[in-house]
Design a protein around this ligand. Structure first.
Ligand SMILES: Cc1cc2nc3c(=O)[nH]c(=O)nc-3n(C[C@H](O)[C@H](O)[C@H](O)COP(=O)(O)OP(=O)(O)OC[C@H]3O[C@@H](n4cnc5c(N)ncnc54)[C@H](O)[C@@H]3O)c2cc1C
Length: 447
């Protein structure tokens, strides 16, 4: 009979962080199985393949992955260059997934639909830790198979679960009914979606990097098709959206703020802020968007299309039988909430953390990568790589290695793009979530 220790580790999701976990497990001689819902690895990354990201290659390649790839004659991209999503896939993640160490254990088109402890439901405690995990996986959208694992690393991301547009985090009235005219994410408007958006009235919703990237793409389209009209709805003050600009430690991220500010100053974008969307109605083949600007109800000019960049949230539906420890507000792993809370921190301020902070009541179950941040928008790949390095060390019994967490990110710098409710915009000093139990978000002002 197979003992618990002989079972593989199951990884859910083959994005950058799931594949890094596989690389670390390989180097530690730990057996693993890797399930990916999409037809290729990095399926979420490929939905924004046309976007050039803001962190250079240097921070986007995991150390264990680099070691495996280098042993196969792989040539690393130039460290200082900024890759597109497509390049991350073709120059890094695809070759990594095709190495002899990972390919035989990778299952594509395999969506994890349920996870639990073998023959023990969530309510029962006795003997729980000694039981394997059972994972049910839907293969090729038709066949469900069951697997056993000694540990689980859930790196399934959040990108495929976008937040709705409605101002309170719920759907705006009419949002679902008019879904065919709403795109959640960053459409490739200069390529695949040019016909859909050219010379149209397009509304972009949201204030984070996703919305900014979408507007910058639309501006390129407008240069070619001048009748394209860009509208932008957001809830916060524009100065906080522009971020740290030239003070940002990631220069390309800072440049996004400068570019969007210039577009606004040049009046190439019609801005409505603070605006809270309540309804999206269909009128004469256009969208009527109705909401509140301060206390006054307003209707925006008729729109042809909406692009939503209101963030995304984790999917816990397949984890109903796992004992989790999740922050009630952020939906992040509980222990890291105070490190990443956008009410308190701006991007890049996360201190290194690892296995210890990422534990759940169900032993040997971990959520890592962007999903570990829940709804917080500031996740960076380098953070996820360190998370899985530490988790894999612990699973392998190397607790000393697990506790030595280090993060090779540039010095913090200012990035206030994702600040909420904090008038001292841009600062990144220590502020506490004062009362975790009651989820109070009291923020002492920055000095
Ligand atoms: C436009 C954009 C730009 C970004 N720029 C940067 C940047 O410059 N620098 C940086 O460090 N980070 C950046 N990020 C943030 C982050 O690093 C990326 O989102 C990264 O892809 C997160 O990696 P991940 O592995 O955690 O999750 P994902 O890449 O989202 O991968 C999750 C994988 O899990 C799969 N999956 C989901 N559910 C299941 C299931 N039930 N069963 C099996 N598989 C499942 C998905 O198909 C997907 O392949 C950016 C993000 C976006 C969206």
């Amino acid at each position: 009979m197979e003992t618990l220790q002989n079972l593989p580790v199951a990884i859910i999701g083959a994005g950058p962080v799931g594949l890094a976990a596989a690389a670390h497990l390989t180097l530690r001689n730990q057996p693993f199985i890797l399930f990916e819902a999409g037809k290729t690895v990095a399926s979420n990354v490929l939905t924004w393949k046309h976007v050039r990201i803001f962190s250079p290659w240097k921070y986007n390649i995991d150390k264990a992955a680099r070691e495996l790839l280098s042993a196969h004659g792989w040539v690393s991209p130039e460290e200082g260059l900024l890759p597109t999503g497509e390049e991350i896939y073709s120059k890094y993640l695809k070759p990594l997934s095709e190495t002899v160490h990972i390919k035989p254990f990778l299952h594509l088109d395999s969506r994890v639909v349920s996870v639990g402890r073998k023959n023990l439901d969530k309510m029962k405690t006795s003997g729980r830790e000694a039981l394997p995990f059972v994972i049910q996986v839907l293969h090729d959208e038709k066949l469900i198979k069951q697997y056993e694992a000694k540990a689980i690393i859930d790196t399934s991301g959040t990108w495929s679960n976008p937040n709705p547009i409605g101002s309170g985090g719920t759907y705006a009235a009419g949002e679902i009914e008019n879904g065919d005219k709403i795109f959640y994410g960053i459409p490739d408007v200069m390529g695949r979606y040019a016909e859909r958006y050219k010379n149209k009235n397009v509304l972009v919703v949201g204030s984070g990097h996703t919305s900014i990237q979408a507007i910058l793409e639309l501006d390129k389209l407008k240069n070619k098709y001048p009748n394209t009209e860009i509208h932008w709805v957001l809830r916060k003050d524009l100065n906080r959206v522009y971020g740290g600009k030239d003070q940002d430690a990631l220069a390309a991220r800072g440049a996004l703020g400068v570019q969007i500010e210039n577009l606004v100053l040049e009046e190439k974008v019609n801005v409505y802020t603070p605006f809270q969307i309540q309804q999206i109605l269909s009128r004469n083949n256009k969208l009527a968007v109705i909401g509140y600007q301060l206390d006054e109800q307003k209707m925006l000019p008729p729109m042809d299309e909406i692009i939503s960049g209101t963030g995304s949230r984790p999917d816990f539906s397949f984890l109903r039988e796992v004992r989790l420890s999740i922050d009630p507000g952020l939906e992040s792993v509980l222990e890291i909430a105070e490190l990443i809370d956008p009410n308190i921190h701006s991007c890049g301020t996360v201190r290194p953390h690892g296995e210890k902070e990422l534990r759940h009541p169900d032993k040997d179950f971990y959520i890592a990568g962007s999903k570990s941040y829940g709804r917080a928008p500031t996740f960076l790949m380098a953070t996820g790589y360190e998370q899985v390095r530490s988790i894999v060390a612990a699973i392998s019994g190397d607790m000393e290695g697990a506790q030595k967490v280090e993060l090779e990110l540039p010095e913090t710098g200012v990035c206030s793009t994702d600040f909420e409710n904090n008038s001292c915009c841009g600062a990144t000093r220590s502020k506490q979530r004062v009362n975790k139990k009651n989820d109070a978000r009291q923020v002492s002002c920055c000095s």
